[in-house]
Design a protein around this ligand. Structure first.
Ligand SMILES: [Zn+2]
Length: 385
């Protein structure tokens, strides 16, 4: 019975054109509707997969059993969040489990009016306004009927109301930078800011800044660093009483500066903490020396400071450190290095030999090394001096 289930095609028809940004569960839902069924939950249960909660990889696996084109399958793979430990992977992007939600459906009414299918970016909890139509996403029909994922239709809701009714393009005036960014990441736009930072870390930083400032966290994250510090300093002054600020940064900012959460590669946390600390220095009466007692000296080298310390060129060092994956946050000019990082870089720089030194040291002229480099035996680094 089980084997028969696994071998059988889960749908009798699959003449449904896959839509841009459509995840496997969105497509699965439309296949269910295409069969004339009105419950994704019941249908999924009947073919032996979890119908209570969406398990995207199960739906993807079921769809893979259909004779669809290679392109359709690869598009579905690209736009389906697949669980990997504490993250979802969506194509080349990553999100924390809590950064996405697939319990109820949310949609942009104008987008649905244009094409009746789900877009995976709607499932990011931070994605609230459609950047194409400047209107807020909704989760209910105009009559107030909630639409859960067991409902497989994208034309009407369970109450019979057209899901596109009530569309109001241009009705929202809130910033849409973050939504544009999320969508851009998922669709592979080039030229986006923060291109070196994993999406889940961007969303973390946006959340931290947004909560602290009670304002748009993405706008804050992408503004020039000096402006951000001013904003933070202003906010600290407005929300933390002077008496408290006098007593110390930890009592004033708590978990924001406790050194946690920066261990994951690509995390913006160390950089963010530094912004908070430097902002605090403007409004709290604590000298920089006191800061270092709080353990900040561990990562207290900016790129410029590290370059001066090592006697090398800043830009060259930036590339060099990035290639060796030493230091934190290779983003903007905001590299930061711990004392150990700087020492590691010092040792690496000392190991390098210049082109002119190749003959006295190895007896081989510099240009011969190009062959070794191309073969992957050695690395060359330029612009350090
Ligand atoms: Zn839209």
């Amino acid at each position: 019975m089980q084997i028969e289930n696994a071998l059988a095609r889960p749908f009798s028809r699959w003449d449904v054109a896959h839509g841009r940004g459509e995840s496997a569960y969105g497509y699965f839902a439309r296949l269910v509707a295409n069969e004339g069924h009105s419950s994704l939950r019941v249908y999924a249960n009947e073919i032996g997969i979890n119908g209570r909660n969406l398990v995207p990889e199960e739906m993807l696996a079921a769809i893979r059993r259909l004779p669809l084109s290679v392109k359709t399958i690869s598009d579905l793979e690209r736009w389906t969040p697949i669980r990997d430990g504490s993250l979802y992977r969506i194509g080349a992007e990553t999100a924390r489990l809590k950064q996405m939600s697939m319990t109820t459906r949310r949609w942009c009414r104008s987008c649905l009016r244009e094409a009746r299918h789900h877009r995976v970016w709607w499932d990011f909890t931070a994605y609230r306004t459609c950047p194409t139509h400047c209107e807020a996403l909704v989760g209910r029909t105009v009559r107030g009927g909630m639409v859960r994922w067991h409902w497989p239709h994208f034309d009407v809701g369970p109450d019979g109301m057209d899901l596109a009714v009530g569309a109001e393009p241009g009705s929202s005036a809130v910033p849409i930078g973050l939504e544009r960014f999320i969508e851009g990441r998922l669709t592979g736009d080039v030229g986006l800011p923060l291109s070196d930072v994993p999406l889940n870390h961007v969303l973390d930083a946006v959340d931290t800044l947004g909560t602290f400032l009670e304002d748009d966290g993405f706008v804050a994250l992408t503004m020039p660093q000096d402006d951000l510090r001013d904003r933070l300093a202003e906010r600290i002054r407005d929300t933390v009483p002077e008496e408290k600020r006098r007593r110390g940064v930890h009592g004033s900012l708590g978990h924001l500066v406790d050194g946690s959460g920066g261990e994951e590669p690509g995390s913006l946390r160390p950089w963010l903490e530094r912004q908070f600390l430097e902002a605090f220095a403007e409004v709290g009466r604590i000298g920089r020396k006191r800061f270092s007692h709080a353990g900040i000296e561990r990562r207290d080298f900016t790129l410029a400071e590290a370059a001066t310390e090592l006697g090398v060129n800043k830009k060259g060092l930036s590339r060099f450190a990035k290639r060796l994956s030493i230091g934190h946050t290779p983003w903007k000019d905001a590299h930061s290095f711990s004392r150990e990082d700087v020492e590691a870089l010092r040792a690496k720089v000392a190991d390098l030999i210049t082109l002119r030194e190749t003959i006295p040291i190895t007896g081989i002229p510099g240009h011969e090394f190009r062959f070794l480099e191309r073969a992957g035996y050695i690395d060359s680094h330029s612009g350090l001096r």
